[in-house]
Design a protein. Structure first.
Length: 421
């Protein structure tokens, strides 16, 4: 719960939010509470209900996080939507002027310039290709820049449709606390905040990389047990023509659904050393509204005399969490369930130290099958084999894929960009 006055610093900038779905509404909540921006403009791209009161009904209530005023100020608080102007599409939400636009869904046609919006967060999930020109049919991310925005932050990974095209020079992917400084305000205008899963994963793998380096991490894999998103269906429905994944149209309310994640590919943009490590990422959707878990498996090469055990791994995370000034990485030895981590502020990853496991074994390697060793050298060996001690570590990391983790960190990313505008 955020407390009044906890954010003392304010800006004269106006923030734009394109979209008001799950991340859009919670982003609005975040910045209304944070009060860094003097004004917020939300582009809906369509009419909502029959009046502004219907829109206010949606804005101040949430089936997962409760009422906005209780989220901000606690159980005894009362509504923070004080006034509404139907003709201007304006609400006063906890002292912050919020204007709602309904005219256009195409970023190029949104009237950001008319409202003096400098920074835009696109939370629609529709505009993620940084290579598409602003005048592309159906709209494009760059359309926000042509409509007057100076910086565009995307609440999703970039996806370049034409694989032959490189990442544009003015686009960058960052995760706060990992490579936040990769953003260059003089160069970058399109900024991806990655995904909730990549954010958690980056904070789980980075302490191990810092300790052992990429050469000692022989391989890694992860599976995210992920809460449902709007891409799932509430009830079964027929697949569209040409659909290849029939599971996407099955009911999330009573199924565990296997799906895919782009976390591995995005992680390499955030932590380039990951390109040296064989990595596999999988995803499973479960019937929860929020609260997700990454199970990460890492194979580490031991140094002689330096065994890697459960306590070794936990001490790495414990110390990293202790020294993290932003508390993006947290460590616990309590026994948690998914609802326990909902709303925990800024927790990119909460390491469940109680469940860390390791197993060490000696692996015999046939040197004749190892590339790079000269055959004449191997021919001189009596036994051309080597034994290597490998430790497999299993690490659990919780994350609130909506408000607690992702939206709070997205808010930090946006404010850090705004401070350099």
């Amino acid at each position: 719960m955020e407390q009044k006055g906890m954010y003392a610093k304010k800006s004269d900038l106006v923030l734009g939010i394109n979209g008001l779905g799950r991340i859009g509404k919670l982003t609005l909540w975040h910045h209304v509470g944070r009060k860094y921006f003097r004004e917020i403009v939300v582009n809906m791209g369509r009419s909502v209900g029959n009046s502004m009161e219907d829109l206010a009904h949606y804005v101040e209530r949430d089936s997962t996080y409760g009422w906005l005023h209780k989220h901000l100020y606690g159980y005894n608080a009362s509504s923070v939507i004080q006034e509404m102007d139907e003709s201007k599409g304006v609400m006063n939400i906890d002292g912050v002027k919020v204007t709602f636009l309904k005219e256009s869904r195409n970023p190029r046609e949104i009237k950001w310039a008319d409202h003096n919006v400098q920074a835009v967060i696109d939370v629609t999930g529709e505009f993620v290709d940084p290579t598409k020109p602003g005048d592309s049919k159906g709209g494009a991310l760059r359309g926000h820049l042509e409509a007057g925005a100076h910086k565009v932050i995307v609440s999703a990974p970039f996806k370049i449709k034409d694989k032959s095209l490189p990442m544009p020079e003015d686009a960058v992917t960052t995760v706060m606390g990992i490579n936040g400084n990769s953003y260059d305000p003089r160069r970058h205008n399109l900024i991806s905040n990655a995904s909730c899963t990549t954010t958690c994963l980056a904070h789980m793998i980075k302490p191990l990389l810092d300790t052992y380096g990429p050469k000692r991490i022989l391989s890694a894999s992860m599976a995210t047990i992920h809460a449902m998103t709007s891409s799932q269906e509430v009830l079964d429905k027929p697949p569209k023509a040409g659909a290849t994944d029939l599971r996407k149209t099955r009911s999330i309310m009573n199924n565990i659904i296997l799906t895919t994640t782009g976390a591995a590919g995005t992680l390499a943009h955030v932590i380039p050393e990951m390109k040296q490590i064989g990595f596999i990422a999988e995803s499973v959707r479960v019937p929860l509204t929020t609260g997700s878990l990454i199970i990460m498996v890492v194979n580490l090469q031991e140094d002689p005399g330096e065994p890697i055990r459960r306590d070794t791994i936990n001490s790495i995370y414990r110390e990293t969490a202790k020294n993290d000034p932003n508390k993006y990485l947290q460590y616990t030895e309590k026994q948690n369930v998914s609802s326990d981590i909902i709303g925990v502020p800024k927790a990119a990853a909460i390491i469940e130290g109680n469940e860390t496991h390791t197993r060490t074994a000696d692996v015999t390697i046939d040197l004749k099958k190892v590339s790079g060793i000269p055959p004449e050298l191997i021919s001189k060996m009596d036994l051309p084999y080597a034994k290597v001690s490998i430790t497999q570590a299993v690490i659990y990391g919780w994350y609130d894929n909506e408000s607690g983790s992702y939206v709070n960190m997205l808010g930090d990313r946006v404010v850090s960009i705004a401070e350099n505008m």
